[in-house]
Design a protein around this ligand. Sequence first.
Ligand SMILES: C[S@@+](CC[C@H](N)C(=O)[O-])C[C@H]1O[C@@H](n2cnc3c(N)ncnc32)[C@H](O)[C@@H]1O
Length: 303
Amino acid sequence: MGPVLSATEIRDANTRYHDVAAEHYDSKWGIDFGELGRSQVSAKVRKALGHEPGHYPRALEIGSGTGYFTLNLLRAGLVGQATCSDISAGMLETLQANAERLGLEVHTEPADAERLPFADASFDLVLGHAVLHHIPDLPRAFAEFHRVLAPGGTVLFAGEPSRYGDRLARIPKRFATTVAPLWRRALRARAAGQSAAKESDAALEGVVDVHAFAPGELARVARASGFEQVRVSGEELLANWFGWTNRTLEATAEPDAVPWAWRVYAYRGYLALQQVDRRLLEPRLPAAIFYNLMLAARKPLRS
Ligand SMILES: C[S@@+](CC[C@H](N)C(=O)[O-])C[C@H]1O[C@@H](n2cnc3c(N)ncnc32)[C@H](O)[C@@H]1O
């Protein structure tokens, strides 16, 4: 176990880690701003809400990174004016470059989720993807989401690691670490060198991820902040196992030594298994066993 860090140290580590990650973030995670990204993000919003999304005139994204959610939602026509906030200025610079390339208008604002520099009741939708697990004081952050939302507004988060799903994902990671030498030999891929930069990156990764959630915990923190109609659901099981196996294998080789055909196989396989998860497993299995949790809730019209 690593040292116990203060909330300030966790926030600083998040800023540094994501500032450095910003440049290669989209290629590392296969982030798409075309038809695929649009349909992925729209499907996640639909799944989190449990019904077709409406139109949100004013949206605020928390921990928006390079814009995966908001830029795709703008292109899908689901949001009007978009504000993107993040603790990492580096991520927001990449987001602005992506928005310019796509011809989209978005306002960016560096901000910690626990202290939002926005007026009360100024948004109809507060959303985020893969960010809650980085935030040290979640009740404080949820109080801020509630404050900046207009009465009747929606809060929506997706891509949050579930505690049990995270434990299950250790199985494919361990398996991949064991078979990696054989995999590299089969693909004639050179083993990756251990650089100081990589080691410090891996160490920081352990610091920036501060939570994995049980579905009930996420629901409780939302309710305690005053939200109603709270809904927590799970997504991705097989796709995630497949993804973690491949990412763990790939991390053991030099990036330029991993053949393109392998990358195509890994990407297409992931997308195909996402469909299997979506159609067969997600409607039938409990949220807790999936790798990702999603939360949607509403701020009451009257408090
Ligand atoms: C895993 S990335 C996800 C980025 C983006 N939402 C996506 O799905 O591609 C997490 C993001 O949360 C941001 N973040 C971490 N801690 C934060 C905090 N306390 N307040 C606001 N943003 C934070 C990071 O800088 C990073 O951009």
